[in-house]
Design a binder for this molecule. Structure first.
Ligand SMILES: [Zn+2]
Ligand SMILES: [Zn+2]
Length: 277
């Protein structure tokens, strides 16, 4: 039932939003993905960061055609981590485009069929999405030989000027992507700008900075350290995987608030991965 609901939600509205001249955010109701690359540039001059849900491929392909022309394919697909709402269309698209799929080394077992994530933990919140979370797909996908570990030097294939930043906590090999020139941050699930556990907040996208989606987060100490690390980078514009982009003073204030009150704002009262001793 949970998956049906997720599918229904994602089919409801898909939209795109240009957040920078070379960043198109794709919104699939409950999760975002990004196309990074200037419009009308040639083949292989752009990348796709995350791939939405299982039924997101058609919308992604439409957006690609509109932005880069017919039959354009990216240089690579970059995965911030392997959760189902980020890898939903990756196998279909990677096969179609015949491109490598990059992820952090520690995330590789989860995208090559070797290791499953724990099931979602409904105890973390009374919110509807948290309650549904045990029914979310948690088993490893397998992109096979196309899976490649992100380069050790911190560079991101196909994304000149960007660095990947290891931000564990939500998953072992979770990464964010950061551009030093203008401090744009693709935050993935390190933190969100919507209370992802609550269906009402997800539907209305009511803006509120929050920790990583709690029902899937496995290490809260690491998650806190990751948010602190991101704050130190002083991002100017954040595009999270859940919620709306946030920038400037609003972002600075909200992120400060989250860093200072991480326990109260992000860590659940209870849950399998919560250690409150
Ligand atoms: Zn996630
Ligand atoms: Zn997510």
């Amino acid at each position: 039932m949970g998956n049906k609901l997720v599918e229904g939600l994602s089919a409801m509205t898909s939209s795109s939003l240009e957040v920078a001249p070379d960043i198109l955010m794709l919104q699939f109701t409950i999760v975002n993905a990004c196309i990074v690359g200037k419009p009308k540039t040639g083949d292989s001059e752009w990348v796709l960061v995350d791939t939405g849900l299982e039924n997101s491929a058609d919308f992604i392909l439409q957006a690609v055609e509109k932005r880069f022309g017919k039959n354009s394919s990216p240089q690579a697909i970059i995965l911030t981590h392997g959760h189902f709402d980020h890898v939903g269309s990756v196998i279909k698209l990677a096969n179609l485009w015949d491109v490598p799929v990059y992820a952090h080394e520690l995330e590789m077992p989860y995208i090559t069929g070797k290791k499953d994530y724990p099931v979602g933990d409904p105890a973390v919140s009374s919110g509807m999405v948290a309650k549904m979370s045990p029914t979310f797909p948690h088993t490893s996908i397998d992109v096979g030989y196309r899976a490649v570990a992100l380069p050790a030097d911190g560079s991101v294939p196909g994304m000149t000027g960007w660095k990947w930043i290891h931000t564990p906590g939500h998953t072992e090999g979770h990464v964010c992507l950061f551009r030093e020139k203008d401090h744009v941050l693709l935050a993935a699930d390190a933190f969100t700008t919507v209370k992802q556990e609550s269906l009402m907040s997800v539907l209305t996208q009511s803006e509120q900075i929050s920790g990583p989606p709690a029902y899937l987060t496995i290490d809260w100490q690491a998650a806190e350290a990751s948010v602190k690390h991101l704050r130190e980078l002083q991002p100017s514009l954040v595009i999270p995987s859940h919620g709306q982009p946030m920038q400037g003073e609003e972002l600075e204030n909200h992120l400060d608030l989250l860093v200072r009150n991480f326990d109260e704002m992000a860590v659940p009262e209870q849950g399998r991965f919560v250690d409150r001793q």
